[in-house]
Design a protein around this ligand. Structure first.
Ligand SMILES: [Zn+2]
Length: 221
């Protein structure tokens, strides 16, 4: 683990540029070149880079120096690995797993979708999770790759929510297992890329589910 000062000094010295460094805690833009002018560069790096192996930091400074995108490979791998570990840290406590809701049984849905769409190669764990609010919208579901765990918001366990919509949310989260997120050369995370969207449409009630969601925004937003 480096201090901000150590990382700043390393990057400046090894790239031979005047580096203006910002440390961010973003979810998506983990590495961004904000401005570049002769002899200087302004970059924003996620806090995780304070723990990056030397080889990754060397690639980073070579990239800053040359702009050669080949140096981004090591950086992308590092980001992917760290992001994976971080999602593991969000794991649910044992005993907090529950699948039978008042209206919907998540295990039955998972088993059915496994057979219908995933040749039983999808994730095997699922749980409801308590009402979770961000500023203005609820999160319907989440997927945690290391645990292979699908989490579905309890708010969907309600008679006014049709089964094809609950299925859709479970299907969407299971799809994250099949098509993991990746890091683009720009440093941005690609979570729902073109391959994801294409496969998502193979869910047989996709249009119906999307339309239902649009019409019932008031229930969740
Ligand atoms: Zn998603």
């Amino acid at each position: 683990m480096y201090s901000f000062q150590e990382l700043h000094t390393f990057l400046s010295a090894s790239s031979r540029l005047s580096v203006d460094l910002i440390i961010n805690e973003n979810k998506r833009s983990l590495f961004t070149v904000l401005a570049k002018k002769h002899g200087g560069i302004r970059i924003s790096l996620h806090r995780m880079f304070l723990e990056a192996p030397l080889a990754v930091l060397e690639s980073l400074s070579r990239y800053l120096q040359t702009g050669n995108k080949n140096f981004l490979t090591a950086i992308s791998h590092f980001i992917d690995e760290k992001s994976y570990q971080r999602s593991y840290l969000q794991k649910v406590e044992a005993g907090a797993m529950h699948v039978i809701g008042d209206y919907y049984d998540l295990s039955a849905i998972l088993i059915r979708l496994q057979e219908e769409y995933f040749e039983n190669k999808g994730p095997n764990l699922i749980t409801w999770f308590g009402q979770k609010k961000t500023r203005s919208r609820i999160i319907f579901g989440e997927y945690q790759p290391l645990l292979q765990l699908v989490k579905i918001n309890k708010k969907l366990d309600h008679p006014s929510v049709p089964d094809y919509f609950v299925d859709y949310v479970v299907f969407h989260e299971m799809l994250h297992h099949m098509i993991p997120s990746s890091t683009l050369p720009s440093g941005r995370r690609s979570i729902h890329g073109p391959a994801f969207h294409k496969r998502e449409k193979s869910y047989s009630h996709y249009q119906k589910a999307i339309e239902w969601q649009k019409k019932h925004k008031h229930l969740f937003f």
